[in-house]
Each structure stands twice: as structure tokens, then as C-alpha cells.
Write a protein that binds this ligand. Structure first.
Ligand SMILES: Nc1ncnc2c1ncn2[C@@H]1O[C@H](COP(=O)(O)OP(=O)(O)OP(=O)(O)O)[C@@H](O)[C@H]1O
Ligand SMILES: [Mg+2]
Length: 488
């Protein structure tokens, strides 16, 4: 697209505008009297007017000048009006085009409409009707362009796509996003599950020059190999059973935009090779296709796994790892940036309280303390869920500890315990819920186990024996609980 940033002004407002901002019309007709009449009328209506006596002249002019509206005769010797229209659309897809014809030669009129002309007039036509339509269409175009500008302004005021944070780590992250958004480099976003990798990928795209082109996300862990390949690269008819037509892959859909490969660590070996090819040469082949296709895409990948470790274990290609890891953005776990907890809690409270029209307006001090002390193995996602649940349960204006799930309520006391095992164990009851109506010791115990087993798995990077050791458990009983709670 050529000039989306030019906002057009309707003729009514022309007096306030600089000459350059007037819409510019090109009149093309081989008949001098028609040309002159249209020129006079359109000038009087406040437009900048250019004229051409034949198609060739018109096409040259279109290439040289900024033209907003084309008004062309269809029947002309040598180069026809339809050819002029075609050339005009090539230069400026958004040009408003009207065609004129001496008699209803519907074939070429239909062809012109197909090429994107907005209307056609059969000569002799009513000049007022033409003037009205010209004005209407230019106004529509102006609104459309204003929308594009507005959208862009919104994108920039939303700088970081609702990523909340005030810890130094997050402030650094914001700066980092701004910097890398301006580049075309491949980005690898790492961090535990729920830390906001998805949000960051979007923020990079929407702050980049590619923001008006698609952002396409694909979860590499979610699909079996052939499906993943066809999803990514598309397929030709007959490439496999059930492929009964050609289909564009996401790499093509994302053309000039960004493709987000989530859970890249889940990609199998064969796909890793194919992806490497795209990263190296920006070329790929559709499934069942022979032709190589060029791809103009930016790639952002994310993982919650330790890719470097996977490389050393031979589970992830080293060459691909280096191709992807051009710029790495690491999202620290929430427990390492506790300053963000109150801000995030507030943000989610507003989000969910609004949606359900609840009287909940704040978070009690005691609740705040519990939130601040908790380990958040599920990171921001877990915090969001906890607040959503609390808003749903809470009947008062403040979120009270009772509306928090058991593991959050009880972790404050438990973390003291793990720091000082012997003395703390004596008053392990501190901070635990009192026996009251609905008390369920079994459930409470399960919550404890679930919480600590997940936490130990997180801290040990998924190594079960180490996690068991951290918890002072035998490997056997650790495995029993991990399985019971479906934790991996
Ligand atoms: N800094 C943040 N500010 C506001 N919301 C956040 C923030 N970080 C995460 N969230 C929210 O938490 C949830 C999880 O975030 P997201 O999906 O980006 O995590 P992720 O790192 O991609 O996790 P996974 O590895 O499980 O895919 C989302 O609903 C997201 O909107
Ligand atoms: Mg994600």
C-alpha cells in the first residue's frame, strides 16, 4: 500500500487545508470538451485536478503523481480505460475509480468493476450525481484512512499490550521489547509456564513495522508431525489422504508479519530440519509441492524448556538452536519479582470484578500478605486464576483470605517451616486455617502435597529424583504423588 498516512479531507473543509492535502483527481478522456467540462466542475468543487488525453499519458501520470481518484473514459484508442484502471490499482490499491462510457458497453463496465472501480456512468450523465458520488467515495476513503491511523495510535499507546509490571526485570523487559521490535531478528522467549511469553511475543509484533500484517501463533506441541508440517507450510492437493485441495500454510498466511512458534522444544527432529531451512534461506516447500516459495516473515519462538540442555542431550538441533537464539528474552518467574504481585493482583481484580459487576473493590491487607508470600509455581497465570476465583467467591468489598485457595492461604506458614525445619515444625499450625465448618483435612493435605510437588519439580527442572530429595521424600513416594496429581 502506498500512502495510508495521507488523511484526505472532504471538499467541504477545503478552505482550512493546505493545498497539498486536497484530494487529487485524474480525468482521462480523449474527447476535449468532456475533459474540459469535468476539469472545471471538479476544480470548482475544490479538488486538485490533473487531466490526460489518452491512456498512455494517464498511466505515466499515475506513476508520477499521487492520485486519489480516477475518472476515466473506457473507450479510447490504443490504451483503454480498463488498462488505465489496472495500472492505477497497481500503483495505489486504494484509489477510488469511476469509469465513463459513451454507450452501455456492459462487458467492459463489468470488467472495470471486477478490477475494483466503484461505479460507472453512461454518457450523457447527470453531473450532480457524479459530483455527489465522488464526494461520498472520497469521504469513505478518508474515514478508512483515519481508521488506520487511529489503530496505529492505539497500538502505540498500548505500548506493551497490557503487560503489567514494575519490577526492574519487567522495566528492562519493556525497554528490550521496544528495541528488538525495531529489528527483524529472530527472538527466543524463555521462561516458566505462565510467565507471559505469549504476551511478549505479541508485544514485539505490535511494536514492530510488521504490525499491520498478521501475527500468527502455532503451538508446536499440539500437533502430530504431518499435521504440523502442513499447518506450517501448507500442502498441495493429494499430498496425503484427505488433502483434497491446496491449502496455504501459516508461513504464507503470516507473509510480511510475524509467526510465533510456541513450545518450540516440542518440535520433532524432522520438523526441526525443515524449520532450519526456512530460517536459513527464508524459503520453504509446501507439503507435496515441488516449487520453493519465498517467505518474508519474522519468527518468534518460545519455550519453557531448557533448550541448551536439550541440545547437549541431542534432543534439539544445535544449528537450529543458534538460529533461533539470536535475541533471547527471558521472563523471570513471578517468585523472583514479587514487587509485581500487588500490581498484577489489582489488575486482575479490576478485570474480573468489572466483568461480573461485583462489589469487590480491593484486596485486604492480610490477603496481600498471603499473595506476596506464596511461591506461585504457576506464575502469573496462577495468580490470575486465583484472583478470578476470589472475585467469584467474595461477597464483601475486599478480597479476604477465605476466598483464596488452600495452597495460597497456607504457604506463608509453610515457607517459614522449610527455612527453619526444627523450630518451625513445633508451631507448624501457625498460619493454617482453624477448624471450622466445611473443614476437610484430606483435601488440605492434598493441596499441600500438590503444591510442594509442583514446586519441587519446577525447581529441579523436572528431574524427579532431585525433586524428591528436595522434599525429603523417597523417590517411590514422590513418584506416587506426582502421578496421582498428574504432575510431570
Ligand atoms: N506481566 C503480565 N501482565 C499481565 N498479564 C500477564 C502478565 N504475564 C502473564 N499474564 C497473563 O497470564 C496468563 C499467562 O500468560 P502467557 O500465556 O503469556 O504465559 P506463557 O509464558 O505463554 O505460558 P505457557 O508457557 O504456559 O504457554 C495470560 O492470561 C496473560 O494474559
Ligand atoms: Mg504460552
Amino acid at each position: 500500500m502506498t500512502r495510508t498516512s495521507t488523511v484526505q479531507t472532504p471538499p467541504e473543509e477545503r478552505h482550512d487545508q493546505a493545498a497539498g492535502a486536497k484530494p487529487r483527481i485524474l480525468i482521462v478522456d480523449d474527447e476535449p470538451s468532456m475533459r474540459d467540462m469535468l476539469r472545471i466542475v471538479m476544480r470548482r468543487d475544490g479538488f486538485d485536478v490533473e487531466v490526460a488525453a489518452n491512456g498512455k499519458e494517464a498511466i505515466e501520470l499515475l506513476k508520477r503523481e499521487r492520485i486519489d481518484l480516477l475518472l476515466s473514459d473506457i473507450r479510447m484508442p490504443d490504451v483503454s480505460g480498463v488498462d488505465v484502471l489496472r495500472a492505477a490499482k497497481e500503483v495505489n490499491r486504494d484509489i477510488v475509480a469511476f469509469m465513463m462510457t459513451a454507450f452501455a458497453s456492459t462487458d467492459s463496465a463489468v470488467e472495470a468493476m471486477r478490477l475494483g472501480a466503484v461505479d460507472y456512468f453512461t454518457k450523457p450523465f447527470n453531473m450532480d450525481e457524479l459530483r455527489l458520488k465522488v464526494r461520498q467515495h472520497l469521504e469513505t476513503m478518508r474515514l478508512k484512512q483515519e481508521n488506520v491511523l487511529l489503530k496505529r495510535a492505539l497500538n502505540t499507546s498500548n505500548e506493551f499490550c497490557n503487560i503489567i509490571g514494575r519490577s526492574n526485570a519487567m522495566l528492562d523487559l519493556f525497554k528490550m521489547i521496544e528495541t528488538i521490535a525495531k529489528t527483524n531478528s529472530t527472538v527466543l522467549i524463555t521462561g516458566e509456564s505462565g510467565t507471559g511469553k505469549d504476551l511478549v511475543a505479541r508485544a514485539v509484533h505490535y511494536n514492530s513495522l510488521r504490525r499491520e500484517h498478521p501475527f500468527v501463533a502455532l503451538n508446536c506441541g499440539g500437533l502430530p508431525e504431518t499435521l504440523l508440517e502442513s499447518e506450517l507450510f501448507g500442502h498441495m492437493r493429494g499430498a496425503f489422504t484427505g488433502a483434497d485441495s491446496n491449502k496455504k500454510g501459516l508461513v504464507e498466511v503470516a507473509e510480511r508479519g510475524t509467526i510465533f512458534l510456541d513450545e518450540i522444544g516440542e518440535m520433532n527432529h524432522a520438523m526441526q530440519v525443515k524449520l532450519l531451512r526456512v530460517l536459513q534461506d527464508r524459503r520453504f516447500r509446501r507439503l507435496g509441492g515441488t516449487e520453493e516459495v519465498q517467505a518474508d516473515i519474522r519468527i518468534i519462538a518460545a519455550t519453557n524448556q531448557d533448550l541448551q540442555k536439550m541440545v547437549s542431550e541431542g534432543r534439539f538441533r544445535e544449528d537450529l538452536y543458534y538460529r533461533i537464539n539470536v535475541i533471547q528474552v527471558h521472563l523471570p518467574p513471578l517468585r523472583d519479582r514479587r514487587e509485581d504481585v500487588p500490581l498484577l493482583a489489582e489488575h486482575f481484580l479490576n478485570k474480573y470484578a468489572q466483568g461480573v459487576d461485583k462489589p469487590v473493590r480491593g484486596i485486604s491487607r492480610e490477603t496481600q500478605e498471603l499473595l506476596a508470600a506464596y511461591g506461585w509455581p504457576g506464575n502469573v497465570r496462577e495468580l490470575e486464576n486465583v484472583i478470578e476465583r476470589a472475585v467469584a467467591l467474595e461477597q464483601t468489598a475486599l478480597v479476604l483470605p477465605e476466598s483464596l485457595p488452600m495452597q495460597v492461604r497456607t504457604s506463608a506458614g509453610m515457607s517459614t517451616q522449610s527455612a527453619q525445619p526444627s523450630s518451625a515444625r513445633q508451631d507448624a499450625g501457625r498460619g493454617l486455617p482453624d477448624i471450622s465448618e466445611g473443614f476437610d483435612l484430606e483435601a488440605l493435605g492434598e493441596d499441600f502435597y500438590r503444591h510442594y510437588i509442583a514446586l519441587a519439580l519446577e525447581k529441579s527442572g523436572g528431574v524427579q529424583s532431585r525433586a524428591a530429595e528436595m522434599l525429603g521424600m523417597t523417590f517411590r513416594s514422590f513418584r506416587y504423588y506426582a502421578k496421582k496429581f498428574n504432575l510431570k
